[in-house]
Design a protein around this ligand. Sequence first.
Ligand code: CTP
Ligand code: MG
Length: 402
Amino acid sequence: MIIKKLPQEFEQARPVMQQIEAAGFEAYFVGGSVRDTILNKPIHDVDIATSAYPEEIKQIFHRTVDTGIEHGTVMILDHGKGYETTTFRTESGYQDFRRPDEVTFVRSLQEDLQRRDFTINALAMKEDGTVIDLFNGLKDLKAGMIRAVGTPQERFHEDALRMMRAIRFASQLDFKIEKKTLAGIQENAALLSKIAVERTRVELEKLLLGENPANGISALIETNLYEYCPMLAHFKSGLTQLLALNDWHLSSETEVWSLLSYAFFLQGKQVTTFLKAWKTSNQVLEDTQAIVSAVSPLLEGEPSKLLLYHTGRERLASANKIANLFGGEIDTPELLEQYDQLPIKSKKQLAINGGQLMKQANLTPGPMIGTILTQLETAVVNGEMENKLESLLEEAKNIAKV
Ligand SMILES: Nc1ccn([C@@H]2O[C@H](COP(=O)(O)OP(=O)(O)OP(=O)(O)O)[C@@H](O)[C@H]2O)c(=O)n1
Ligand SMILES: [Mg+2]
């Protein structure tokens, strides 16, 4: 197979490939970018595999960065772009099920490709678009099949994360997992606990953000992999419930964690415990908390102005998306319109501040100031008071008297 029209990311990298070849070495595009091009999907980064050793690459190109030289990876800088090139290699050892004990550089493309995870990820492409397909990856791409290269057991022992990758691709590409590969995951699922939570998290997020998340979730359950993911062992029924939802497409990590938390009936501190177990960022945690607490009122259909205000625009859209998945009926554009009509969007927009309260209403510094500001804020948001300095000062004095 020759791909005639290559995406511009490959075109740009061509001179680099040609230079490696001119020096007498082989160079191929490998990995996800080749797979996604054949699937007509947009690509992000192009990876290059080469028979040249890192030191040889550094002799060919003047501007390089050692991004992972012990693994054979050198970044070539060319016309303001960086190209990761990795020397063909084999790996051995894998006593910890996640990293090889030893990496050996080799000159043969075949040896490099045969240690890769799935046939669809073991394609290589020359700079002229010729595809090298040593493991029937093209056939599997066409059939929509995820199949381990060689023996699944070996591939999963080399890196147990590959089991999560398999189900992630099942969702992302809407592919099936081939029988022996699926059985390999079932048999080796427990090895996933050896993998750093952060790596597993990235795969779970990609799974839930994928084209057909239900496909990935069924495989997660069917293979028992979920039992070796942080805390998911407790939530089999919650996970199963997700399979019944109609056609859903999430669009951020925060939506992933909010959907899971809501589907698992988690609240307050339970959300924190769950997300901490998955080591999400604090920002994701904060946003998820806000979204999860907004879902039930949205589902009930009468969200208060104060809820809209405290949730904020972006989180509100996510919360309503989740509410609608569970039967909520509020239209998101209408809800956002209501939000946009709130008199203020944050405390900063209140026409009065603590300093003015002290100076112009003669209030003494202390916690009372905060309490009064919050009451004024609530009144303004609810449309009970105008957002004007004089009337707010007047009201502040009244509150202080009581
Ligand atoms: N555990 C892994 C990770 C990666 N690879 C190989 O390295 C390539 C690049 O890895 P990566 O960028 O992590 O995955 P992609 O397949 O490119 O997927 P994505 O589009 O998500 O980057 C893969 O295609 C595969 O050939 C592998 O064999 N085993
Ligand atoms: Mg990639």
